[in-house]
Ligand binder design. Structure first.
Ligand SMILES: [Zn+2]
Length: 189
């Protein structure tokens, strides 16, 4: 992780994104302590921010619940941001498949973590249903979140100034370019 930060500094990248990992049986609290202490031990170069990414929450992985992201932010003195991955959040049980559900999930994120900490969105549809904890990304608008949900995320007022990154698969003859065009279309051009 330190080598990644140093490389990002050389590249003048503004962010390094990381998952919290898994507690592998130690328990959620011990896992969060461990993740926080590892993040605190980093020497973060000026101009760089570490982002913790929301997880699908499979097995003992941390970061599926918004409370776990908030707990790590609380336990670290160094400033951290959050990256919200739509496929992961959906798999972790946060519904994003309708405009109403997106409204609720964004409000819950704001309550628990705080939208001021949201620095990036990974825009991915999900091959599996809400709450399945299964992490497989789908093309934008073609998974279980679907076009209405993706459009609601893309046009939500609170997310307007947040950068979006697609992490969609390259399959079925569809590339990143296809997904970016699809996202632009769903966002209203
Ligand atoms: Zn992601």
């Amino acid at each position: 992780m330190q080598a990644e930060l140093d490389a990002a500094d050389t590249l003048e990248a503004p962010y390094v994104n990381v998952h919290l990992g898994a507690h592998t049986g130690a328990g959620v609290e011990a896992g969060l302590d461990n993740a926080a202490s590892a993040l605190e031990a980093l020497d973060v170069p000026d101009g760089l921010t570490v982002l913790v990414e929301s997880d699908a929450g499979s097995g003992t992985k941390l970061g599926g619940r918004f409370e776990e992201l908030a707990a790590v932010l609380d336990r670290c003195d160094s400033p951290l941001g959050v990256c919200l991955d739509t496929a992961h959040a959906f798999a972790a049980g946060y519904d994003l498949s309708t405009p109403e559900a997106v409204e609720e999930t964004v409000a819950e994120f704001d309550d628990v973590v705080g939208l001021q900490h949201l620095v990036c969105v990974h825009l991915n549809d999900s091959k599996h249903g809400c709450g399945t904890n299964r992490d497989e990304h789908a093309h934008v608008g073609e998974g279980e979140i679907g076009a209405d949900g993706m459009a609601a995320v893309l046009t939500h007022d609170a997310l307007r100034d947040v950068p979006f990154v697609v992490e969609t698969p390259i399959e079925d003859g569809k590339s990143f370019e296809w997904n970016i065009d699809r996202a632009r279309g769903l966002a209203g051009g």
